[in-house]
Write a protein that binds this ligand. Structure first.
Ligand code: SAM
Length: 263
């Protein structure tokens, strides 16, 4: 009997309906290579092993990883360790992969940024998050959920909600609601962006102080310079707006003028 470990975010899925929806959303084919972060007791893994070609599981819990390593399935590859520290470029060197994961909530943002860095390796991702993180990823401009995650991920992915998941779908039940999202990578970024690191810095700057105007948030995050107001005008963006009202195309224009004006 495995005792769930809180420090590893171990809330195991036990609702077969939710499992079915996650597996259906992955649209698995026999030739697919799949990555699962945190197989745990295998609620998802058993189905992945049946439906996919090769299944890579990344598990930090030594007890669980060892149990998986003893399994006889020839299409199972077990990587014991921290998914944040393991080198994805080495482990996943035959793209494309599908990722399917019920993520430990305490590391979901860090995993997301690692996914972004390695986005070209993935053809689809089905990921479970705390509901609020899911809402932020899908949010449109203007609302309270719209922020850095919305902009940086919608630039590269079509993101759809697959299903909400209530606490009772897990053992032990977490304190929060969850939601499963499907990420489909776009062939090219939704709007052209010349320098992605710079774009990300600008987006982070624009959202750094949500109560301030865009102008003041930019000044406060190191983008202040003499001609800032003119540059914003060239980009067709009123400096008195708030960062959370800008859509992706406006963020791209903003990044372009800031880069040109402030190299
Ligand atoms: N997939 C299983 C399920 O749906 O029932 C387990 C999900 S549970 C929310 C999260 C799993 O991720 C646990 O098995 C936990 O040990 C593992 N885990 C937590 N942190 C991890 C990390 N940094 N790297 C790899 N696995 C991790």
């Amino acid at each position: 009997m495995h005792r769930p470990k809180k420090r590893f975010g171990q809330n195991f899925l036990r609702d077969p309906n939710i499992v079915r929806k996650i597996i259906a959303a992955a649209g698995l084919e026999p030739g697919d290579r799949v990555v699962e972060i945190g197989p745990g007791l295998g609620a998802l893994t058993e189905h992945l092993l049946e439906a996919a070609g090769r299944v890579h599981v990344l598990e930090i819990d030594r007890d669980l990883a060892r149990q998986w390593a003893e399994r006889p399935e020839p299409n199972l590859v077990v990587h014991e360790g921290d998914a944040l520290r393991l080198d994805w470029a080495v482990l996943f060197d035959h793209p494309p992969y599908k990722m399917v994961a019920n993520l430990p909530y305490n590391i979901s943002s860090q995993i997301l940024f690692k996914v972004l860095e390695h986005r070209e390796r993935f053809s689809r991702l089905i990921l479970m998050f705390q509901k609020e993180v899911g809402d932020r990823l899908c949010a449109s401009p203007g609302g309270k959920d719209y922020g850095i995650l919305s902009v940086l991920f919608q630039l590269w992915f079509d993101i759809k909600k697959v299903t909400p998941v209530p606490p009772g779908a897990f053992f032990p039940p977490p304190k929060v609601h969850s939601s499963v999202l499907r990420f489909e990578p776009l062939e090219a970024p939704r709007v052209p962006v010349a320098d992605h690191r710079f774009f990300a810095r600008v987006v982070k700057g624009a959202f750094s102080q949500r109560r301030k105007t865009l102008r003041n948030a930019l000044v406060g995050s190191g983008f202040g310079f003499e001609g800032l107001d003119e540059a914003l005008q060239v980009a067709g963006i009123d400096p008195g707006r708030r960062g959370e009202t800008l859509d992706l195309a406006e963020f791209a224009r903003l990044a372009k003028v800031l880069m040109e004006a402030n190299p």
